[in-house]
Design a binder for this molecule. Structure first.
Ligand SMILES: O=C(O)CCC(=O)C(=O)O
Ligand SMILES: [Fe+2]
Length: 280
């Protein structure tokens, strides 16, 4: 089957047809890598991946990262379950059914995750849509007053900030693995060279040198600009969808969904080649 790539939003995100991720030929893999760099968010439909298949696909894109919050004892350790389902009264996965505010994954690490893969096993008929925004396009179109507040400035990030803002608890051991880190507020993508805004409403504590109180209104203005309709793609899930996104140039959020509907996603993160992870 011929491969087709279709743009989903004005500046980014694309749907790829004609690729079976269980059987990627070397040219297919090249197509996926090139399309990922070009479009930042890729959507594949009708995939049939078990945990081994998902890990195998992710490994071809980069070294797999075990998430700081991963605490799974069954199945493949590389795969996090994102789900509201329970077994014997205990959650089988993470993140429940609540809304997730705009964020990028693991920005609070010294060498943050490059890409995240989310694969839909069970979807909800209502809510649970995942939204992405293009932080490269947002940076390019930033008004001058906001540009002055980010160009040449850095921000402080921590997992504990998300604990405070979102109400998720880290264990003491996890906290020790994730002290505060500083990254530039404008990040240059290590492979494409594109400049993009780099902050997360969940994890970015403050602009370096400014108080949190002083910084939050700036993040809110950046968020407002970055999530205008022309910068956003909203994904409505079907079973078998796999979405692969770039955490260096996009943010994402999730709509809440009713807890009586079961939603189950398998998730894997991976990083850039070791010599491209830092500096930004
Ligand atoms: O559940 C979703 O749609 C997104 C969850 C999320 O933010 C993530 O897995 O990083
Ligand atoms: Fe996320």
């Amino acid at each position: 089957m011929a491969i087709s790539v279709r743009r989903l939003a004005p500046t980014f995100a694309a749907e790829i047809e004609g690729i079976d991720l269980n059987h990627l030929s070397p040219p297919d893999l090249r197509t996926v890598k090139d399309a990922w760099l070009a479009h930042k968010v890729l959507v594949f439909h009708d995939q049939n991946l078990d945990e081994d298949g998902l890990v195998n696909f992710a490994q071809q894109l980069g070294e797999i990262e075990i998430h700081l919050r991963q605490s799974r004892t069954t199945g493949r350790r590389e795969v996090m379950l994102v789900s509201n389902k329970t077994e014997d009264g205990k959650p089988i996965g993470r993140l429940g059914n609540q809304e997730l505010n705009w964020h990028m994954d693991q920005i609070f690490m010294a060498e943050p995750t490059a890409g995240t893969i989310l694969y839909a096993v069970e979807v909800t008929p209502e809510g649970g849509h995942t939204w992405f925004c293009d932080l490269g396009a947002a940076y390019d179109t930033l008004p001058a007053d906001l540009r002055d507040q980010v160009d040449g400035h850095q921000a402080v990030h921590s997992a504990s900030t998300a604990d405070r803002r979102v109400g998720i608890q880290l264990s003491e051991a996890q906290r020790q693995r994730a002290p505060e880190v500083i990254h530039p507020l404008v990040r240059t993508h290590p492979l494409s060279g594109e400049k993009a805004l780099y902050f997360s409403l969940n994890h970015t504590a403050r602009i370096d040198g400014r108080s949190e109180e002083d910084s939050l209104p700036v993040f809110e203005q950046l968020r407002e600009h970055a999530t205008r309709q022309q910068h956003v793609y909203e994904h409505h899930w079907r079973v078998g969808d796999l979405v692969l996104w770039d955490n260096a140039t996009t943010m994402h959020r999730r709509d809440p969904f009713p807890n009586h509907h079961a939603r189950l996603m398998r998730r894997v993160g991976f990083n850039f080649p070791v010599d491209r992870r830092v500096p930004f």
